[in-house]
Design a protein around this ligand. Structure first.
Ligand SMILES: NC(=O)c1ccc[n+]([C@@H]2O[C@H](COP(=O)([O-])OP(=O)(O)OC[C@H]3O[C@@H](n4cnc5c(N)ncnc54)[C@H](O)[C@@H]3O)[C@@H](O)[C@H]2O)c1
Length: 372
């Protein structure tokens, strides 16, 4: 079968891991790399046994290369949307790191372009979708193990790395908002866990300026999401500081509950109870002695590492390639993950307007808000 040809963009911390995953596959060929730091680009290419001659110094070289099927965007946040839009306009599939966009008008354009070009495969890397604990949680919720969910809390708190050349993350024009810088992972987890239960209908958020570091954009968000089944979701988001990585989950329903705590020893990280499957008793599924027959496999991953290598990178890469090969849309395409991004835009609006914002987002109102 013909190899899928990739134009890769940005081989920093995350990009170099993804490039490595791609080069480990035999169904793709990375034919071009656009990286503005030539020294790093050359070094990374060497480390994965690719020729330095595939390094290009102009993004247009990727866009105008007729051989390239898909563009892989791991550049800093503010470049994702314009690079994605340019690629989609010439019919190339797009893998985008999150966030999809840092400017609202660009986000709308991405959605419009995908809708107008149904053959294009797009993907936004909400990587926790691939975590096996999250997959189990989604499954348990959809099977009704916790009954009707009434309350769900998912946190995303850790100090984003701003050292060395990652200092761009302090700059609002490049990073965009803090929700797009990682808090959106928690929102994606919540939306997928709740998918079988209800749709989000409104957002109320507050935010706080940097307390510890020098983020231009407010790095602390508290986001309350209402669902049409009556449930309320809550997300504590903080990329300003932390003590390790906090992806705390607390889900409560009419028939059970589920708690995940990042910063304790593995057998105690996850506990749940269900009137349907545990006789209403709390069990720890990562603890064989405690869980008995309900124990989860040893290779079950949990979403509590800031380390991208441990964050299911191979699954995300494989999923996108499979979507192209099978001509199927990803649940994380720009359009299919639209609501996750809209919650981010709505939270920014709500925090400034000091009032709830309804979902789906009214694009005209949002355009007015963000362009004023
Ligand atoms: N999904 C996840 O869990 C996850 C985790 C980490 C990072 N990310 C995302 O990956 C992206 C990169 O983050 P990082 O931490 O690897 O940053 P980084 O600074 O380590 O890497 C960015 C790279 O892009 C290059 N670059 C700068 N401007 C560019 C441009 N205009 N076009 C192409 N390349 C350019 C830089 O030279 C650098 O090599 C960010 O958007 C970030 O949000 C996602």
């Amino acid at each position: 079968m013909k190899k899928l040809k990739i134009g890769f963009v940005g081989v920093g911390w995350m990009g170099s891991v993804q490039l490595k995953r791609l080069t480990e596959r035999n169904d793709v060929e990375v034919v071009s790399l656009f990286e503005i730091n030539k020294e790093r680009g050359t070094e990374v290419l060497k480390s994965v046994n690719l020729l330095p001659s595939i390094l290009v110094t102009d993004y247009n070289d990727i866009i105008t290369n007729p051989d390239i099927d898909a563009v892989w965007l791991v550049s800093p946040n503010s470049f994702h949307a314009r690079q994605a839009i340019a690629a989609m306009k010439v019919g190339k599939h797009v893998f985008s790191e999150k966030p999809a966009a840092t400017v609202f008008d660009d986000f709308c354009k991405e959605i419009e372009l995908e809708k107008a070009n149904p053959n294009l495969i797009t993907f936004v890397d909400y990587i926790l979708y691939f975590d096996s604990m999250e997959q189990r949680l989604r499954d348990m919720v959809s099977k009704g193990e916790f009954g009707q969910i009434t309350q769900i809390q998912i946190n995303y708190r850790h100090p984003v790395n701003i050292t060395g050349d990652k200092v761009w993350k302090l700059n609002k024009n490049i990073m965009g908002d803090a929700i797009g810088m990682g808090i959106n992972h928690a929102i994606s987890v919540m939306i997928f866990a709740m998918a079988s239960q209800g749709k989000p209908v409104s957002v109320y958020a507050t935010s706080l300026k940097s307390q510890i570091r020098d983020f231009q954009a407010e790095p602390i968000y508290n986001i309350l999401i209402k669902f049409d089944n009556g449930a309320t979701g809550f997300c504590f988001g903080n990329i300003d500081n932390g003590n390790g990585y906090d992806a705390y989950h607390n889900i409560f329903g009419t028939e059970g509950g589920f708690v995940f705590e990042s910063q304790i020893d593995r057998p105690y990280k996850v506990r749940y109870w269900s009137n349907k499957t545990t006789d209403g008793k709390w069990i720890r599924p990562l603890d064989e002695i405690n869980a008995g027959d309900l124990v989860w496999p040893d290779d079950t991953t949990t979403p509590d590492s800031g380390n991208v290598v441990e964050h299911q990178t191979g699954s995300a890469v494989g999923h996108f390639i499979d979507c192209i090969k099978n001509k199927t849309k990803s649940p994380l395409s720009f359009v299919n993950s639209q609501i996750i991004a809209e919650i981010g835009w709505a939270a920014q609006m709500s925090a400034k307007l000091k009032q709830p914002v309804l979902l789906p987002l009214d694009w005209n109102e949002a355009k007015k808000f963000f362009n004023d």
